[in-house]
Each structure stands twice: as structure tokens, then as C-alpha cells.
Design a protein around this ligand. Structure first.
Ligand code: AMP
Ligand code: MG
Length: 401
């Protein structure tokens, strides 16, 4: 359902130009084209000798005419039969030559080189031909590409110091709960109060998914307060609420949203943690635009797991990226885990990096409020309902974060 709505979003309305250093995590709004043929000349990929491949017969001796380095062009005329030019990696192939013999495969003898017997040289060996990576004007990155280091490197390869990207969607982050206090507020906590951690975690998650998260004031568990905050939040591109979506008497989020005419696409999912998550849209009304919202359970680990499963794909699409679901990989369980016939479980876990095939270990935890366990984890192990145990070595799905 989330992906269906994501597909209906269309391209983000606003674009901006940012310097390469500020482009990480953004989504490009215009294709990036090769500014010239890539590579711009027939380029040697090795240190060695530029020769005519035909004259590199086994045991032949070739006369070395000079050398060409990266950033230079060979000015000594055509390379003829029986001739060689010493060449460095990244240097243009001299005219006449059609291959590079690696330095490891020749013997230097006086003014010349002798090839190693039994080793031929194919045409264009150790040469990348002009334009073979991209022709001038060719689209090397399509609009919708998320920018990481590889994309920044490619943009710079094409002479770009800036990129045109979509504006980050503006996301209102609303924490609800009478027990919540803002960190940094200068206020000491009563024993029964807790810090608003979700507001901060959600803002970070929003940023990592290509959005800009703005933390609105905490909504207290009253109809008036939640309503006021939702009316504020609906002016943003997307609204994420945390807490107040369970079955408790003071869980007022759905009631408030319903009262404002919200359409709910789902109001619960068969997963643990995360059951009460809601996804919906406030309609266009009284001059206010329509606004999608997610209501996430307040337990901090539930908040984060459901963000990755549902909000992240939607937000990435809102940011102009391709529409795709969360990223799952397969990994072998290191240790057996008891089965459970309840809902499908998403448990904090660590993917190991010490083996070629990924392996995963559960992190011990005290349930969906355990933020320390969540921080020790680097993924969530996905365990479907089952009576029997999950054996050590069994391959399971893992949700990456
Ligand atoms: P709720 O979904 O509102 O019933 O909250 C479930 C649990 O999550 C309760 O233990 C809350 O205290 C906790 N919780 C709710 N919101 C937050 C928040 N913003 N930061 C940290 N913990 C929260
Ligand atoms: Mg609450």
C-alpha cells in the first residue's frame, strides 16, 4: 500500500542547486551528462610500453623511442613496427601504437626491450578506448539517482562542481505523550517522566531518507493538544507522529485524525514490534492541502523498525528517488532462536563482517523500549511465525537500516 501511494506521488515540485560537498544523500533532478568522451583519449591502464601489437611477437626486440606520462601527449610521431614508447598509467596512447605491454612482461636490453617468449599481445590490450565508458552528451546519471560518493566522483569526472537536486521534503515530527520531556530543556526529570528520544531519532531517520525533519512541540495526551499539533503538522509535506496509536485510553492520534476527515490506508500490521502503525492522508480542506501521515508506535524500537519498513520507502519516493521497498538481505543465523507463533518478529541483531557469507546474531534485549540494545544492533532479524526453533545456520531475512 505504501509503495502504491509512493508511485502516485510524481516528481517533487522544487529543485535547487547544491555544491558537490552538500550533495550526499540528495536526489538529482536533472540527468548528468558526460561533458566529453570518457575517457577523452585512448588511455593506458598500465605502466609499460606502447607498441603495435603485431610487432610484439615472442622474443622480438623493440627500440624504445622515449616516454609519455599521464598529462602529456607523445610528440615523437607515429610508433612504427619494431618501436616502443615507455608509457605510464593514465597516459594517452601514442598514435601508431594499439596496445600496451605491461612492464612486468618485457625485459629491458640496452636501448630496447625484449618481449617474454610465449606471451602475445592482443590489439587494445591494457588500453581503454576513447569514449568507451561514455560518449560526450551521454546520460551517465539519470534523474532520481541518490547521490553518494560514487555519484559525486562521477559528477566531478564530468566537470561538475554543482548538482541540481530536488528540495528535501519537509517532514513534521510530532511526539505525543504526557510523560515526555525535551532533552536540553533545562528541566530535571521526575522519576516517572522520560526524555523525548523519538523526536530526535525520527529527525535523523528523516534526514537519512532524503527529507528535512522538523520537530514540533510535544503533544500532550489531550484531544486539544493533539489536534493543535496535527493542524500545525499538516502544513508540512509529510507528518510523522510517534505514540498514541495503541489501544490505550489516552491514545488519541487516530481519533484526532479521523475527526479531521483522514482516510486510513491501514491501522495495524502483523509484525512485532510495530503492530499499531497507521498510514493515511488528511484530505484537502478549508484551504489546507492534502497531507500524508504515518502514526508510529511510541516504543522507541518499534518507532524505528516501522520507520524503516514503511516511512523510509515513502519518504525516499517523496524526495524524488525510485520507488522501492526496504532492503532485506539473507544471512545465516549464528545461534538457534526459539520459534514463536505470534506475529512476525523484527529483532535487533548484528550482521557479522568476519565471514564472506553474512551471518547474523540476535542482540539480547528487554523489548521494544530497549534503546541500548537497539544501538548495539546494526539490523533487524526477521523471524516469521513458526512453532519450531530457528536452527543455527538457518538462512533468514534481515532488514538493513
Ligand atoms: P505509546 O505508543 O504512546 O503508548 O507509547 C509506548 C511507549 O513508548 C511508552 O512507554 C512511552 O513512554 C514510550 N514513548 C512514547 N513516545 C516516546 C518518545 N517520543 N520518546 C521516548 N519514548 C516514548
Ligand atoms: Mg503515549
Amino acid at each position: 500500500m505504501v509503495l502504491e501511494h509512493a508511485r502516485g506521488l510524481g516528481a517533487p515540485p522544487l529543485i535547487e542547486v547544491v555544491a558537490l560537498k552538500d550533495a550526499v544523500g540528495r536526489v538529482i533532478a536533472e540527468p548528468v551528462r558526460a561533458d566529453r568522451d570518457q575517457p577523452p583519449f585512448d588511455r593506458s591502464t598500465r605502466d609499460g610500453f606502447a607498441v603495435r601489437s603485431g610487432s610484439f611477437a615472442s622474443g622480438a626486440t623493440l627500440r624504445v623511442m622515449g616516454e609519455v606520462r599521464a598529462g602529456e601527449r607523445w610528440s615523437g610521431g607515429r610508433v612504427g613496427e619494431g618501436e616502443a614508447v615507455k608509457i605510464m598509467t593514465g597516459a594517452p596512447l601514442p598514435t601508431g601504437a594499439d596496445a600496451v605491454a605491461m612492464v612486468e612482461f618485457v625485459e629491458v636490453v640496452g636501448e630496447g626491450i625484449r618481449t617474454v617468449a610465449g606471451r602475445g599481445l592482443a590489439r587494445f590490450e591494457n588500453v581503454v578506448l576513447r569514449g568507451s565508458e561514455a560518449r560526450a552528451g551521454y546520460v551517465v546519471m539519470a534523474a532520481g539517482t541518490v547521490v553518494g560518493a560514487a555519484e559525486i566522483g562521477l559528477a566531478a569526472t564530468c566537470g561538475r562542481a554543482e548538482l541540481t537536486v530536488y528540495r528535501r521534503p519537509m517532514v513534521a515530527v510530532i511526539a505525543t505523550g504526557d510523560e515526555l520531556v525535551e532533552v536540553g530543556s533545562g528541566r530535571a526529570l521526575e522519576e516517572e517522566e522520560i526524555w523525548n528520544s523519538n523526536g530526535h531519532a525520527l529527525r535523523a531517520l528523516v534526514h537519512g531518507s532524503g527529507g528535512f525533519g522538523g520537530k514540533l512541540a510535544i503533544a500532550r495526551d489531550t484531544l486539544e493538544d493533539v489536534t493543535e499539533r496535527v493542524l500545525q503538522g499538516r502544513a508540512w509535506d509529510l507528518m510523522i507522529l510517534s505514540g498514541g496509536v495503541s489501544m490505550g485510553e489516552y491514545d488519541l492520534v487516530e481519533e484526532v485524525l479521523a475527526g479531521l476527515g483522514a482516510e486510513f490506508f491501514f491501522t495495524g500490521v502483523k509484525m512485532q514490534p510495530g503492530k499499531p502503525v497507521v498510514f493515511g492522508r488528511l484530505p484537502e480542506r478549508d484551504g489546507a492541502k492534502a497531507c500524508y501521515f504515518f502514526g508510529l508506535p511510541g516504543n522507541p524500537v518499534s518507532t524505528q523498525v516501522t520507520f524503516h519498513c514503511f516511512v523510509e520507502p515513502f519518504l525516499k519516493a517523496m524526495a524524488g528517488g525510485v520507488v522501492e521497498g526496504p532492503l532485506f538481505v539473507q544471512a545465516a543465523l549464528r545461534e538457534a532462536v526459539p520459534g514463536s507463533t505470534g506475529r512476525m518478529r523484527f529483532l535487533p541483531a548484528r550482521l557479522g563482517r568476519d565471514r564472506v557469507g553474512p551471518s547474523v546474531t540476535l542482540v539480547g534485549w528487554q523489548g521494544s523500549g530497549d534503546m541500548a540494545a537497539n544501538a548495539r544492533a546494526n539490523c533487524y532479524a526477521v523471524l516469521p511465525q513458526r512453532e519450531g526453533e530457528f536452527a543455527a545456520g538457518e538462512v533468514i531475512s534481515v532488514l538493513l537500516r
